[in-house]
Design a protein around this ligand. Structure first.
Ligand code: SAH
Length: 445
């Protein structure tokens, strides 16, 4: 019996897919890259922008002939396309799908495979609990002992309701996971060879606010910093209103917590920010960046920006451009506004910036950012940095610095999972090259 998983979207989906794969292996299934030979196909979907939704729908339709050929094939649609509110519309649109699962929940699929049907939501919940009790059930076999970096969801859902964002509708309200579950998962991942974990949440710094007697994110980081075998800890995504000083101090003080913060600004104009209902001003964000840099020396900062939000004028866009030019951040994830059904902006604000104009603004920011990052990275030239190596890509080992910069090193040795000092010999906007500093006595591949 074989299973095939297709994953799209954020790191949360990647983490969810690993857990589904692992659960299926527990039932005796083996992973395959070929959808045609699978007995179970899991499609883990994203709908954050129209393009992602179209891709998922296209892919799903391409599986229909497989179902005709093999009526026993089980197709499971999972993730944000399904959401937490039931799948009646989707059932009509995709009648060949056997099981619909909300994000982060392998339960319905496992209940279907073990009991032949999903009788009630409790069934799914019971199955999920049962699975969560087994420590091994985190990484699929193919990744055990090989995967260097893994993600751990710590906050599910989101209750913030930015006007453009569909995530709260599809992932439900904000729920923090109990600290015990997270630590058990971190230990299990470390035992399976993982060296770096990234804690995930839509607003990860709100971790624990819904659990009165539990730790906050800073407290959780302190606990995880003591897990043997783990070398590095990261977390994302932060929100400017919740990334507080205690968290900055924890990042600065804890040796395993890396100096890299993902904190989206989304726009650099106050009116646009207000229309997005982000809850802060451009000035607030400037002060935040200043504080992060003062409290966490050498910290790299990544941001997200949406161009072409409804009503965004040329002048307002220029404010965003200027913001990016002023702040000189390490990464800017850029997106063109995409109206999502049911969100406040899609219901109340006309999508009035043309596709061409969105593209023009996108390109302008892209060019600016490329230049900034090239300059930031050039400062690494000749420096010694500690790199955690992940995998060999062609003839070079790929790894990351504490600040999350991509580094390539030529070596015949097996560097997977090793943390080694390197000397940077070349830098570009998207990656660097380096040499190992010390002669490494490691087995060759
Ligand atoms: N919770 C995180 C990440 C949300 S999704 C946050 O607070 O930002 C990742 C990114 O997708 C967002 O940061 C945003 O830049 C982008 N995004 C979300 N909704 C979008 C939409 N409707 N159109 C275009 N980009 C969008």
């Amino acid at each position: 019996m074989k299973y095939h998983v297709w994953t799209e979207g954020c790191q949360m989906n990647v983490a969810d897919s690993q857990r589904v794969g692992s659960a299926l292996e527990h039932l005796g299934y083996q992973q395959t890259d070929a959808a045609e030979e699978a007995d179970v196909i899991v499609m883990n979907t994203c709908v954050v922008r129209q393009s992602a939704e179209d891709k998922a729908a296209g892919r799903l339709t391409s599986f229909q002939p497989l179902k005709k050929k093999n009526p026993n094939l089980v197709i499971n649609l999972m993730g944000c396309m399904v959401g937490v509110r039931g799948a009646e519309k989707l059932k009509k649109r995709f009648p060949f799908v056997d099981v619909f699962s909300p994000p982060s929940d392998p339960g319905p699929l496992i209940a279907y495979l073990t009991q032949g049907e999903v009788r009630s939501l409790e069934d799914a919940e019971t199955t999920r609990r049962f699975l969560a009790m087994d420590d091994e059930l985190i990484l699929p076999v193919a990744e055990r002992g090989k995967l260097v970096m893994a993600h751990i969801p710590v906050v599910y859902g989101c209750s913030h309701a930015c006007t453009y964002c569909i995530i709260p509708y599809r992932r439900g309200i904000e729920r923090s996971r109990p600290v015990g579950d997270i630590v058990a998962e971190a230990r299990s991942l470390a035992a399976q060879g993982v060296k770096e974990i990234t804690l995930l949440g839509q607003i990860v710094d709100r971790y624990g606010t819904d659990i009165p007697d539990g730790p906050n994110l800073a407290g959780l980081l302190r606990i995880l910093n003591d897990v043997d075998g783990l070398e590095r800890i990261r977390f994302l995504t932060s929100h400017p209103n919740y990334f507080g000083e205690d968290l900055m101090e924890a990042v600065a003080a804890l040796p395993k917590v890396m100096p890299h913060i993902e904190v989206p600004i989304q726009a650099g104009d106050d009116t646009v920010l207000e229309n997005m209902r982000r809850g802060y001003t451009r000035e607030d964000y400037y002060r935040l960046v200043e504080k992060i840099r003062a409290k966490i020396p050498g910290c790299s900062i990544a941001t997200d920006i949406i161009v072409g939000f409804p009503g965004e004028t040329e002048e307002q866009f220029n404010q965003t451009y200027q913001t990016l030019a002023d702040l000189r951040l390490d990464v800017a994830h850029l997106a063109r506004y995409s109206p999502r059904e049911g969100t406040v902006s899609a219901r109340r604000m006309p999508d009035d910036v043309s596709a061409e104009e969105k593209m023009r603004r996108f390109r302008l920011l892209e060019e600016l950012q490329e230049q900034i990052v090239a300059e930031i990275n050039a400062r690494y030239l000749g420096e010694t940095v500690e790199v955690l190596f992940e995998e060999k890509v062609k003839n070079r080992w790929k790894g990351r610095t504490p600040t999350n910069k991509l580094v390539f090193v030529e070596s015949e040795s097996d560097l997977r999972g090793k943390m080694l000092p390197v000397s940077v010999t070349w830098t570009g906007p998207w990656s660097m090259q380096a040499n190992l500093l010390q002669a490494v006595t490691l087995p060759t591949l």
